[in-house]
Structure formats: structure tokens, C-alpha cells
Design a protein around this ligand. Sequence first.
Ligand code: 13P
Length: 235
Amino acid sequence: MKKHNKKLVIANWKMNLLKDPAINLARKISEAGDISVDLVICPPDLLIDSIKSQTNISLGAQNCSAHAEDFGACTGDISAAMIKNIGCNYVIIGHSERRKYHKENNDIISAKITNAHKAGLVAIICVGESLEERQEGRSHDIVLNQLSALPPTSTPENTIIAYEPIWAIGTGKSASLTEINQMHEYIRFEKDFKIVYGGSVKCDNAKEILSLGQVDGLLVGAASLDFEQFYKIIK
Ligand code: 13P
């Protein structure tokens, strides 16, 4: 089994922060010393350019267009090529909030991943089961089905898997260490890619989750919006 040494922490700011507080937070993070992980911040798209010009933080978007064209009549969409051009190297695809609110299915997610790869972005693919699916013992099948959206262009260099059980997102109840390690092991058996965990990661559980053998990093939501808390995580 392949080992990915340096841990990766990805901040998913979701639909949060106005311009000035966002720049301030990004500045504080970029100027903080003692950071022992690789770091990526995924702000709302409208803030990417300002943060890019004022910090040296590695950036990602939270979504990209599923349409095959880089440009065209797709009102409201932002293409993977545009995301790359503005200075991002990453894009989150298939987050459970997008699966839920925007009805994203495997076909849409697969098209988005293909576009991300074509643009030269690293695609961060979110997978994870609901509480009901876990209670019914279907977690592995659900995740396996979600992994089937990965197109043939996917490699360990251009794809990261984020295991985010839906019941752990924003609930304050992260998955247990055993649940995390077991699911990551299962995913790695299918795809030997970098695998990060997300779902109620806070400064008081980040260290033990990161110390798990199967965990290559974290995808952090709410706790990434608070400098003091996030700094403890990335230290
Ligand atoms: P929370 O850390 O707020 O639970 O969110 C996790 C998440 O959805 C990251 O993508």
C-alpha cells in the first residue's frame, strides 16, 4: 500500500465571507509560521482573484462547469479552464451539498472531473454515505458507486478522494477513528489515491484523525473560517 507522506489540509469556505474578511483571513493564514501540512484554500469563486493577488496560498474552486466547452452559452457557469487561468490548481467536485441542492449525479460529476483534468486541475472528489445508508449497512456500496464516476483520466497525481460522510458534515459529530480508517482503507483498495477526511473536523480532533495511517489529510468546513481554530489544525 502506497504511503503519501506530507498531510494535506484543504479549507472549504463554502458560501461564506465577504471580500475584506476573506482577504484578512487568507493573509493571516499565509503569514502564519510553523505550518506542518500542505495547504489549499477553496474560497467562493468571486474572491479567488483578490486572495491570489495578495497571498501565496494554493487555491481551489468549489465547483466547475460540466459542459465540455471552455467557453460558451452556459449562463452562470465557470469552466475548469477559467478556474485554472485565474490561478487555481484544485477544484472540489461532487460535494454532498451540490449532490443535494443541485441534483448532481455520477454523469454530471464524471463530466466535471474530466473537464478539471483537461484543464490541468487536481480534482478533489467528495464521496460519502447518509446516516440512513450507514445504518442499513450500505456505506461501502454507496461510496463504491460514487467512485465509479471517476473517468479514465484519473490518476494519483490529478485526483484526491475526500471521504465526507453526510451525517458528519456540519453536525459537530465526526466519524469515529475506526469508521474513518476502515472507509479510507476500503477506498484505497479501489483507488490508491490521496484520501482526505471531512466532516466536523475541529482543532480538538484534527490531530488524532491526521495520525491515522489511512488518512492523507483533511477537508475542513466551518473550522476553516476561524483563524485561531484553523491555525491549530494546520500547525
Ligand atoms: P464541516 O467541517 O463544517 O463539517 O464541513 C465539512 C465539509 O463539508 C467540507 O467540505
